[in-house]
Design a protein around this ligand. Structure first.
Ligand SMILES: Cc1cc2nc3c(=O)[nH]c(=O)nc-3n(C[C@H](O)[C@H](O)[C@H](O)COP(=O)(O)O)c2cc1C
Length: 171
């Protein structure tokens, strides 16, 4: 069973998770948006994307390649400021079709936002959003940033890869 990791990342945290997963599993890792790597060449896939402004940034790539990968086992990890829950599930379903969501094994990871590295547009948008967010905890996070990066949180992804690669093929 040959597998690969394809990710998209705006500020590097999703890439960091992809590299940790690659380190732990030995799987090759590709930046989806660069166009390197061909997902149709692999038997199973790990896909990763952050939520940026309520949407997955990998959504166009994923829809474009879906017919090539729909029959393969796919684990999808989201990276976000929000914790796992209804709000996050809603953003993921809105970014992709219900058909895609229902066929993937989904893991939600928490990311990082460092105000100092944001581009000017994102810096202003997040300051304004943080100021007006009625959820004050989320609002503080938006304007001041956060760091929830945790190497141990990839545990369920590594387990999934083990399960897939240990499967005994019955002819
Ligand atoms: C411009 C911007 C918009 C964001 N929008 C959301 C959002 O709508 N919901 C959320 O939970 N997190 C949001 N986040 C937090 C990101 O998902 C988090 O910072 C993630 O780790 C970014 O991944 P990356 O470093 O791979 O780009 C946003 C972050 C940025 C910088």
């Amino acid at each position: 069973m040959k597998g690969a990791i394809f990710y998209s990342s705006k500020y590097g945290s999703t890439e960091q998770y992809a590299n940790w997963i690659a380190e732990a599993t030995g799987l090759p890792v590709f930046d989806a948006i660069d166009g390197n790597g061909d997902p149709s060449r692999y038997d199973f896939l790990i896909l990763g994307s952050p939520i940026i402004y309520f949407r997955l940034i990998i959504r166009k790539w994923l829809k474009k390649h879906w017919t090539e990968i729909a029959q393969k086992p796919v684990l999808f990890y989201s990276v976000s400021g929000a914790s796992a829950g209804k709000k996050l599930d809603g953003w993921i379903s809105k970014s992709l079709s219900q058909d895609i969501v229902s066929k993937m094994h989904i893991v939600n990871l928490k990311g990082r936002q460092r105000p100092g590295e944001l581009n000017p547009f994102d810096a202003i948008m997040l300051k304004v959003a943080g100021f007006f967010n009625p959820d004050r905890e989320a609002g503080k996070q938006e304007s001041k940033g956060f760091d929830y990066m945790d190497k141990n949180s990839i545990g369920p992804i590594i387990q999934w890869v083990r399960q897939i690669t240990n499967k005994v093929e019955v002819a």
